[in-house]
Design a protein around this ligand. Structure first.
Ligand SMILES: NC(=O)c1ccc[n+]([C@@H]2O[C@H](COP(=O)([O-])OP(=O)(O)OC[C@H]3O[C@@H](n4cnc5c(N)ncnc54)[C@H](OP(=O)(O)O)[C@@H]3O)[C@@H](O)[C@H]2O)c1
Length: 341
């Protein structure tokens, strides 16, 4: 772990573009002197790094919603850290901040796209999860794209994850009936008992299409999809009239070495006058504050749980990152790099 007087910055740089699952050899564990901030900049000592499935996509060549990470660059990642040196009047030493600081121990920033973490008694890692990017994704994806109404049946894939776990809880707050799809009996029990889902479907042991027929006899009003592939197809087959399908992610397809599996049941959209809409959370960046205030209120009232799955040690980054694709995380997967203060 890093210490205050450390003069070396350890980091993971992209070494090669993965084929299939990203492995340790796709990164180089490198070190360099801790950078110094210039005028207008500040130095952040990173405490927690957010591990997100999207990082797998950023390792690929080609056009996406953000440019790919270049070979030799520090691996892009959202992170939370403490300002330890500042030449920027808007950021003081001691401030906790979130931003795209990368998989490393220290980062210099000019403050662009950096948010201060308010001191409101909520644990810091929650600002990378429920009150961070995945929470914003859940909030805007569900409320602005899914547009649930009280009494609707909302089905969520990846229901035990950082995004899906929050989607289910917000849907309950909004008076919906919730059905979560997750992998394994233990996760299914967890999403019902801890996250308040009404019903769980274990996609590893059940026929999802049949289970959706049983659990959603009147059809699915909102399907919030984090997984894609066969689970998306199964949900399309069970849509209600004027259903809204939110395409948030497709983690089952991110490590494909063969072409992505598209939905074959898409004519269900036509028959049911339904919509299927892709969403990228960054489109709502101007409204993050509004969402964070409302969700912080729900956290304070005990209606929304800030679930984090924290692992330690920067050097463990490649193996901890793999957990997302092996289903080994519950809630927001976070890597702790050093102590909070
Ligand atoms: N559009 C946006 O702006 C945006 C923003 C954030 C996240 N996302 C997307 O949201 C999704 C969830 O991200 P997250 O950060 O919240 O991750 P997460 O759900 O916390 O973790 C990933 C989970 O996906 C499940 N999974 C992995 N491989 C799978 C497979 N082959 N089939 C079915 N399920 C699989 C695993 O749960 P099980 O054990 O249940 O299989 C795993 O725990 C991802 O697709 C991500 O790209 C999109």
């Amino acid at each position: 772990m890093a210490t205050m007087d450390q003069k070396t910055n350890h980091k993971f740089e992209l070494a090669s573009r993965p084929v299939g699952m990203a492995r340790r050899e796709n990164w180089k564990y490198a070190e360099a002197p801790v950078p110094s901030p210039a005028d207008g900049e500040f130095l952040v000592k990173i405490v927690y790094i957010s591990l997100d499935p999207a990082m797998r996509g950023w390792m690929n060549e080609g056009r996406s919603y953000v440019p790919p990470v270049q070979i030799g660059d520090v691996m892009r990642a959202l992170a939370l850290g403490r300002v330890i040196e500042s030449k920027n009047p808007k950021f003081a030493v001691g401030d906790y901040v979130t931003g795209a600081f990368g998989v490393q121990e220290y980062a210099v920033s000019n403050g662009a796209m950096v948010n201060k973490v308010p001191d409101i008694g909520i644990p810091l890692p929650v600002f990378l999860g429920t009150l961070g990017m995945t929470g914003m994704t859940a909030y805007f994806g569900l409320l602005e794209v899914g547009k649930p109404k009280a009494g609707d049946t909302v089905v969520v894939s990846g229901a035990a994850g950082a995004t899906g776990g929050v989607v289910g809880q917000i849907a309950k707050i909004k008076g919906c009936r919730t059905v979560g799809i997750a992998g394994g009996a233990a996760k299914c029990e967890y999403i019902v008992k801890e996250l308040g889902y009404d019903v769980a479907i274990d996609y590893k042991s059940e026929d999802v299409r049949k289970a959706l027929q049983t659990t959603c006899p009147k059809g699915i009003d909102v399907f919030f999809d984090n997984v894609g592939g066969e689970i998306l197809d199964a949900a399309l087959a069970q849509l209600a009239l004027r259903a809204r399908v939110v395409i948030c992610g497709a983690i089952s397809q991110y490590n494909n070495t063969t072409p992505i599996k598209g939905p074959s049941n898409y004519l269900s959209l036509l028959v049911n006058r339904a919509s299927m809409t892709g969403m990228i959370v960054f489109d709502w960046v101007d409204r993050y504050g509004e969402a964070a205030r409302e969700m912080a209120g729900w956290v304070a009232q005990g209606k929304l749980h800030g679930l984090c799955d924290i692992h330690e040690g920067l050097h463990n980054y490649p193996e901890v990152f793999e957990k997302l694709f092996k289903g080994e995380n519950r809630g927001k997967l976070v890597l702790k790099v050093c102590e909070e203060n």
